[in-house]
Design a protein around this ligand. Structure first.
Ligand code: GAP
Length: 526
């Protein structure tokens, strides 16, 4: 049985999804994937540490992204810029003035919410009602059911859609105009109550800047104030000419970067989904003005393909076009993922125009133009950005991979069916017993194979327990060394997913396993 199967009745689905999410969190802790930061001091809200297994999975995910960007594209290069940057960069980028969320407090529960999220959650409930109507009608009409016709003609469904549109329109206008009074009125009109206190006793909505700041140097005054970067992208923008010139890059070209970003999130919850310190993987693609929409569509498709190559099924992803555009974008879409708590943003693809580069020209007084030899003229390039949170990707992969399986003998096992190339350890080397030269043979195998892929060695507990532990860690293969191994140089090779075992020559192990656990096979599918 999977913790979560795709088609369950609505309420069951929610309960199962909650169970899955709890399982993911406890599994993460129990097996050394993710720990609460500063746990012995009762933790620090929305900050997490990666354990010995987690760091390996995270590195493998980052490596998959990095290689897909920089190794698979001859016109994309990577850089690594500092977290601290000149404070004027954040003025130029618009983050000092506009990187804020609309905040609202419930006076009874004293809980703080993002006003737009309260409204979006309300819209999601209305969408749920539409889905229920469609489901009922599917049952009633059977094979003759025409969903498109039903949605466009059924009175109740049409009314729900009109309601959603009217709410979205009011929210967009309120947010775009910065009219926070209207946002509060919308919350009141929709009779949205605090999920904790159940009351509608709300404060006014106000803007809250998400950037952390600190002081650089020994003197504390306004001039020493610097920010912890809220996105890695600006490090790319301010270096774009350095890279273009030293790398002799010709437009279109991309610059990729991975690294920490920091945001003082108002509502930081859902484990590593929304953190105050997190890691981004961003790529800015510099293009000729006027071609940006073409590239925007290309990158949307390319990024979706990258996600789908992980093998979790295309139904786990969907695009969501933004209602409210970030201050720098003229087109933006999210790739949403089916997390245990529903479809949520995993990656953003933005057409950022020439906003950032023009702003940096203005604030730095330096020209940031590119000379196009084909056009024989200079211009400020347009930029299409892909931006994904590594921690969110980690959470998505972990939750889709975690399963509880009922076995034929009536027992069950917890297995982490990670794509093999992402697994922290690719091969567990397990001597059947701790004597008779079996551990020595095990170490001999380890010392041969460790040059090709990550292996682990374990001689503690019964072999059955060690198999279960490796299932839970996501190790795709285990080899068991027994007395026969000493005689004929063979071992049993066990497959995590099928639990099938076969006797193979030790000399054949490397070729057998390397192909299945190597990222290059996945890159070939892109
Ligand atoms: N440079 C563009 C940018 O930063 P964004 O949509 O704000 O765009 C990009 O962020 C991605 O970063 C998101 O899709 C998400 O995966 C991740 N992200 C953003 N805020 C996060 C947070 N508080 N915790 C974890 N991941 C976050």
């Amino acid at each position: 049985m999977k913790f979560l199967s795709a088609k369950l009745a609505a309420t069951n689905e929610i309960i199962m999804a909650e169970d899955l999410f709890k399982q993911v969190i406890s599994h993460s802790k129990e097996y050394g994937f993710v720990f609460q930061s500063s746990e012995i001091y009762d933790g620090l809200s929305a900050v997490y540490d990666y354990g010995q297994q987690g760091v390996a999975l995270k590195n493998n995910l980052r490596d998959y992204w990095w290689k897909a960007m920089t190794q698979m594209n001859e016109n994309i290069v990577g850089i690594d810029t500092a977290i601290f940057m000149h404070p004027t960069i954040w003025k130029a980028s618009g983050h000092v003035d506009a990187f804020s969320d609309p905040l609202i407090d419930n006076k009874d529960s004293k809980k703080r919410y993002r006003a737009d999220v309260l409204i979006e959650d309300y819209i999601e409930k209305v969408r749920g009602k539409i889905a229920k109507e469609v489901k009922k009608a599917t049952k009633r009409f059977g094979d003759s059911f025409n969903e498109a016709e039903f949605i466009s003609t059924n009175g109740r469904v049409v009314e729900y859609y009109e309601k959603i549109k009217s709410i979205e329109d009011r929210m967009r206008v309120g947010l775009d105009d910065g009219n926070l009074g209207d946002i509060k009125t919308l919350i009141e009109d929709l009779e949205i109550a605090c999920p904790i206190s159940g009351s509608r006793n709300w404060t006014d909505v106000r803007q809250f800047n998400l950037m952390f700041d600190t002081d650089m140097g020994s003197v504390t005054d306004d001039s020493s104030k610097i920010y912890l970067r809220p996105e890695t992208a600006q490090g790319i923008f301010v270096n774009y000419l350095n890279v273009q010139k030293t790398g002799r890059m010709k437009i279109p070209f991309g610059i990729a970067q991975t690294g920490k970003a920091f945001r003082n999130e108002i509502v930081a919850r859902q484990f590593i989904f929304r953190m105050r310190e997190f890691e981004q993987m961003e790529m800015q693609f510099f293009v000729k003005p006027g071609t940006e929409m073409e590239w925007y569509e290309t990158w949307k498709a390319t990024r979706m393909k990258w996600h789908e190559a992980l093998g979790f099924g295309s139904e786990s992803y969907r695009f969501h076009d933004h209602i409210k555009m970030a201050h720098y974008a003229n087109a933006a879409a999210d790739i949403e993922f089916d997390f245990p708590f529903g479809f949520k943003e995993l990656e953003g693809i933005h057409s950022r125009t020439d906003f950032d580069l023009k702003q940096h020209e203005e604030h730095s007084g330096k020209k940031l133009q590119y000379f196009d030899p084909e056009e024989n003229k200079s211009y400020v390039p347009y930029v299409v950005e892909t931006s994904i949170g590594l921690d969110r990707l980690f959470l998505g992969v972990l939750s889709k991979s975690l399963e509880e399986e009922k076995l034929e003998d009536g027992s069950s096992r917890v297995v982490l069916k990670l794509p093999a190339f992402l697994a922290p350890s690719k091969l567990a080397i397990l001597p059947l017993i701790k004597k008779d030269g079996l551990p020595e043979k095990g170490h001999e195998i380890l010392n041969t194979l460790k040059y090709s892929f990550q292996c682990s060695y374990d001689e503690k507990d019964s072999i059955g327990k060690r198999y279960r532990r490796n299932d839970a860690l996501g190790t795709p293969y285990c080899v068991t060394i027994d007395h026969q191994s000493l005689e004929d140089n063979t071992v049993t090779l066990r497959d995590r997913d099928t639990m099938q075992q076969e006797r193979v020559s030790i000399n054949a192990l490397e070729t057998l396993i390397a192909k299945k656990v190597n990222v290059s096979e996945v890159l070939r599918r892109l």
